[in-house]
Every structure is written in C-alpha cells, then in structure tokens.
Design a protein. Sequence first.
Lengths: 481, 452
Amino acid sequence: MNRQMVINTLGHITLAAGALMTLPTLVSLICGEYRVMWSFLIVIAIALALGLLMKFVTKPTSKIIYAREGFVIVSFSWIMMSLIGALPFTISGEIPSYIDALFETVSGFTTTGASILTDVESMSYGLLFWRSFSHWIGGMGVLVFVMALIPNIPDRAIHIMRAEMPGPEVDKILPRARDTAKILYIIYIALTVIEIVLLKLGGMPLFDSVVHTFGTAGTGGFGIKADSIASYNPYLQWVITIFMLIFALNFNLYFLLIIGRIRSVIRSSELWCFVIIVLASVGIVSLNVFHIYGSFSETLRASAFQVASIISTTGFATTNFDLWPGLSKAILLFLMIVGGCAGSTAGGLKVSRIIILMKAVFRELKKALHPRSVRVVKMEGKKVDEQVLSGVTSYFTVYVLCIIVIFILLSIEPVSVETNLSATLACFNNIGPGLDAVGPTLSYAEYSPFSKLLLSAAMLLGRLEILPLILGLNPLLWKKR
Amino acid sequence: MKIIVVGCGKIGRAVIESLVREGHDVVAVDNHAETIEEITNLYDVMAVCGSGTDCDTLQDADIQKTDIFLACTGSDELNMLSCFIARNLGAKNTIARIRDRAYNEKNLGSLQQQLELSMSINPERLAAYDIYNVLKLPTAAHIETFSTKKFEIIELVLKEDSPLAGTRVMDLRKKYPANFLICAVLRQDEIYIPGGAFILKSGDRIAVTAAPNEIIKLLRHLKLTKKQAKNVMILGASRTAYYLAKMLLATGSSVTIIDKDPEVCKTMCEALPSANVILGDGAQQELLHEEGLNTVDAFISLTGMDEENILISYYASTQEVPKVVTKVNRDEFISLANRLGLDTIISPRRAISDLMLRYARATQNTVGSNVETLYKIMEEHAEALKFHVSSDFKYTDIPLKNMHFKKNILIAGILRNRKTIVPTGDDVILPGDKVFIVSAGHRLLDLEDIID
C-alpha cells in the first residue's frame, strides 16, 4: 500500500478542515462571541500543525493509488474530519462531553441531522453555523471538495471519488476527475445561493436563511429552532420542500440540463421513479392525516414537507409526525430506506438501486417459469452489467445485515422497539429524527455514550455506503506488501 | 483539447495513456463493459460503453465539441464508418486506423477524401518505415529526421570498446572534426542531459544531433560506418513484415521471410513473389542457420509474441548478426530487452502514440502553442521538439551562455536560412529560426517555456 500518499492526502484533508473553520470563526467574530471564536482559532491552529506535519513528513515516491488506498483515504479522512470538527463544541464548553460533540459533528458531516441538543436555541451563532456548515461540506463530500481545489491530486483519483460518492455506479461527467469535482461543486454552490436568496426574499432573517439552506443542500436537517421549520411562513416551507427534492436528485441531471441535453433528462427513469414515489406518498399521507389538519392546503403542505424531508433524508419537520396515524408513519419509515437518487447529497438505499433490485427480482421470477430464457436487466436504456447487478444485490444484503446488527446492539437501551428501530434507520440512512422517543420534537440526548458512538458509526457507514469504511478500516489493508 | 478514442485495445490504450499524460480531455469508447471499467480505473478519462458507430454513444461522449476523433478498433470498416458518422455529428478532425493492405495501397487517398478523414494511421506500416530507416544506417539504434533532412537525431549504444567511452563531452569536439552535439544520455533507465564535464561510459545510450552529412563524418571517425543492410532475414510474416519487405525489395535488397503458418506463407508469397518465403518454426536455431543467419546483414523479429521476439533476437545477437531489430509490443518488456543488449526495439504502439501526440500538439498550434514537430527519443525518456521562432520571442540576440535555461533542457540545433547550426555558447537565436530543443521531464508548449 502507498502509505506515504495516503498520509500526505490525509494531511491535505486536515488542512482543508482547518481552512473551512475560518468561516464559523468569522461568524462568531461578527456576532461578538469571542469565547467561541477563540475555541475555533485553537482548533484551526491544531489542524494546521497536524496537517502540515503530515504533508511535509511524507515524501510520496509515487502518486499512484489503487482501490485499497482510495478506501483507506476516504474512511480515515471522514474520521479525522469528525474528530477535529467536534473539538470547538467541547473547547467552548457548549457541549461539555466530547462523545456528545462527536455525535453532533458526525451527524453534521454525514448530513444526518440527528442531535443530542435539548435546547438548540441557547447555542451560540458560531457553533450553530459550524453545525450546519458541516452539512454543506459533507453533502457533496469532503474529498471531492479537496480534489476540486488542490492541484496536486493523486493519479487515479477516481478511486477516491468512487469510495466517497453515493450510488451504484459513479459516472464521470467530464473526462478529468478534477473537472468533474469542480463542475459538481459549481452546481452545488449555485443551487445553494438561489435557495438563500429565495428564503431571504420570503422574509427569513439572513442567518436563518443561510443555516437552513446548508441543512437543505446537504440534505442534513440541523435547524436552529426547537420546532425546526414549523414557525416559518407557508411560502418558506414550500421553498424548502422544493429544494429538499432538488438536492435529492442526481446532480448529473443538472449538468445535462446546463449543456442542453434536455431529452436525456426527461428520459431518466430514476427521475420518474423518484417523482412517482414522492407523489404517491404525498397522496396517501394526505388522505391519512386530513382529519388532523382539516384544511386542504395545510394538509398538502404538511404531508409534502414531511415526505420531501424524509425521502431526501434531510430531517426537517414542520409538524410532529410522531403523532400521525400508523399508516403514515409506516410510509415514512419506508421512505427512510428508499432515500434519494444516486449522485445526490441524499442518503438511504437510493432509488436507482431499488429499480435495479426490482428488475433483477422480476428476472429471477421469469427465469423460474422459463428456465432457458435469456434476459438482461436494463436501466436508463442501457444494459446493466452483471457485475453492477451482483454489486447491487450484495450491497443490499450488507445493508440489511448492518441494520439488523445495529438495531440489536441498540436494543440494549431500555426504550421502546419503535424508538430503537427508527433511530437505527434514521441514523443509518442519514435522516435524523425518528419516531417515539427520538421523534422530531425530541433528541438523542437520552442514549448512553455507547449507543451514541454506535449511532455515530452507523451514520458514517450509511454516508460512505458501508464498504469503503469496512474495507478501509481493515488492518489487513494497511500492511506493507 | 477534447479527444475521443474509440476502441481500447493495445493501440487505443497506448494512445489514451500518452494523451492523458499530456493533459488532454480524453473520452474512451469501447463496447466491452469490463474494458471500460478497467480504463477508468487506470486513466483519468471519461469512458462510455457502446459502439463507435452508435449516434447515442457518440452523443454521450459529447461529439459536437470534440477536436480529434480517433477510431482504432480492430476493424478497418468500423473505424471508417465511425469516423464518417463522427464527422457528420460535428467532430473537427477524424482519424481512422486503417491497416488492410487493400485499402492502403489502392484507394486510400480517395477514401480519406470521401470520408473527410484528417488522417489515417497504420501502425504496422509506421513500424515498418521505422525499421527501414534504421536499416539504412545500421549502427544507429534509432533515427529521427527533422525538417526535410537538414537535421537528424541518431541514438547509439556505446559498446565495450567504443572510443567514446571514458571521454568528457567537452573534449569530443576537439577529438573529432565533426560538427555534432550529444544531447542526451540514457544510463540504466535514467536520463541525463549532459553538461561539458559529463563522462561517457560504455553501455550508455547516447543521442547525437547534427546535420546528416556530419553524422556520417562522425561515424566514419568512430569506425562505425556499416553499409546499408542488403541481406535481411525477417521472422514472422506479419503485416509489418509485408510493408518492410516491400520497401526493402524495392531498393534491391534480398529478403527472407520465415513463418510457421502455411496459409500465411502462401499469401505472403502471392503478395511478394520476389521475397524468399520459408515455412518453418523460427524458434528452431537449426532452421535459422540453414537459411543463412550467419550471412545476413540484419535479423528482424516480427512475430506476434513479444517473448519469442526477444529470445530469438537475443540468440541472433549472440551469433554476431550485424544488426538485430526486435518488435516489442508491451512497454514493460522494452527495458528488459535493452538489458539483454538488444538496442533497436520497434514498438507499433509507441509509433502510434507518438504520432497522435505530435498531431495533437500540431492541432493545438492554432490555440497558442508553436511546436512544429515532436519526437519521443531515448525509449520515451526524452522529447525532441522543433519550434519556430516568432518575432515576439523575448530572448532573441542573447548569446546562449547568458540565458538561464530550465534544468534538463538543451538547444540541440538551430536552422537558419536552410543551414544547420550546432550551437555553442556564443550562438544566438534570431527571429525566423527553427530551433531544435531536447528536453526531459518537461511539457513544452511554447519556446519561452525553456527559460527558467
């Protein structure tokens, strides 16, 4: 393994973490929170020292990395970012326990939005900003961000992109990895700016607009109010609903739209499947909860917002959906598993995987009837390679296995089965709030430190789609060969 | 520049690799999913799975904005057709690999015109031409000719008893009354651009630049002149062998071609009645001797197997054959073959990727670069480039010794008013000159890139 290159790249990531913290430092300076500002500055100094050390101690003789280095770089980078990102919360004293701070930060970077805070509104602006900003960074990927910026990226950086970007297949939309990373970030930034402007125009204060946009863009879901989005006016709720859905779509579609290939966008079966799932869920939930709200517009708004929030794995709420009838809650749990589209900032299993899985199942059924029949699974008008197919099925198996293991371990906690199951699903799929004791109005504060660490691991597993983390942390890989 | 490469076989990969290293935006197209997967793992390219003749696939590869479209699948017809389609869809330049004899010899010109091809490439023919060049001057391991024969770079491997071994580079000009320059030395896979104090050793591969007549003079002083190879033995009746034999026969050499496939021998015999075609296994040393290995001027191994080529060539070189040429396809084997003392290696893949590189840089000319030609020399460790000096070059009329060049860059020659100057420290560059630069480890696009 090319250890030198791995450590060198980790050095770059650490430096990037330090650099990114200058923004919240500025926010706390502007808001006059000097105590918080100093804690940020201390952490920046630590990150700089550590990063420069790792960068200059190593002398990579070869810049070539293989898949294994890609996995190791990605998993260690995410752990490193989380460990460093949690420091300001503890140093400033606003979250005294480091494990709590770590949970909060992992939840931020993995765009989960699960919180241990019982009183969000008492937090300082600097830390609130950092919490939400971590959503924005983690949404598109820390390494993709670094790749877009630094010129000295490793050869074969595709291994890093593949390990960090969600979805069964990672398509480059431009020939070079660096250009692809850049264009994705340009689209991401443009959409972010549009949403901030739209929210500001709707009368939301600037700080709130920025923070909520970060939460939407990364499909994270950290809010700054105890009741999440409920206190904002209907226009703002609709804007956030629409943007949650926009950020749950495959970013390649926006690129195709920009270069004028509208036909390819319209023909995307993943897009239509996503739209159908959303519309059907909104319809069923609306009928189911109509008696609670009474008015048609309010019912539609509440169900659309909650459905968009869960399927995009954001986790904002405008109403306490824990009080909804069982059918609606069941649909929300199902949406948690579905997740957004491949190539988006959303978590979950991903719509494209579900399409491929369904088609593969149908093929097996038909094969049982006509044992000699030859069939290919097609997706977006193209044949799905058998290797991708087996990759998707084995991913699904590992996915289910992970949920079972985490759920059983979490069930040591003396809370209801519904709480533990929804907490597992909500963390593993990067949504945030679950049901019952971890419902939208409550928090994860009641869990023991062990469970918090377990759920942090679950969030990381979910964000990196399991395999990179399991493989990257396997000591067998680090051995010299 | 945006370049699409259709067909990711041996040739396709070699081209992709060198183009990516040059910093071009490359899109690879192939209809095997596994190949596509492998290509994206190895190189920083975008890869599209599909046929080169399929409009949708080409649209996915963004054909409208493509500067160069290269089709190099195994099938000539597929290549031509996909170039035709690509051209209609808006590709600016199309290049097809066309290697069938029937196309190449009869109506290539009109085909190119009809299909609006910018160029057709034929790796085997290129390789044959390279071998033919070397056979004209058998002491050289490799020859490149620039600018209508005004300037040549030859590569020599210094033997144990070479008079050059042990001398300092600065003493050479006094010792030999020829006007030449040693512009690069390859020693154990390590490239050096030698200064005056550099001492040559036996086993070094050196690149010498001079006007062609000066090179003959130098070789005569070194007692290295050998007559042009007249009696040539070729192993393997491949396409390359056909083109080479045809060129050699046209100049009156005698050619023996050995192959173990009766069908192939028959077709070769039909195509080249004056060649001596032998049916037999070239790996049998007995057969080689029977057919006169000890009397030939040159032995050329062109079978489809690299291993076979290397081993049989090695045997031929131990039998004191004056010139041994080996075809090696895999890059990994080239330095291995060099270590066995085989200095003249011909690689069709390299020939093609060099050609494409040259073509890409020449196309780039229109967007700011002023490289006129480019050759990879010294087994791809260094580049030789020709620049045209425009009037806005900032460093004209300064003696070379006062200019600060980047490391590993050498002005190997200046062409002024159709005269070749091998420069010393007192020479200057003037507008209108053509300047030959040898560089290692740089990617030069403009003449000013050489200044530190």
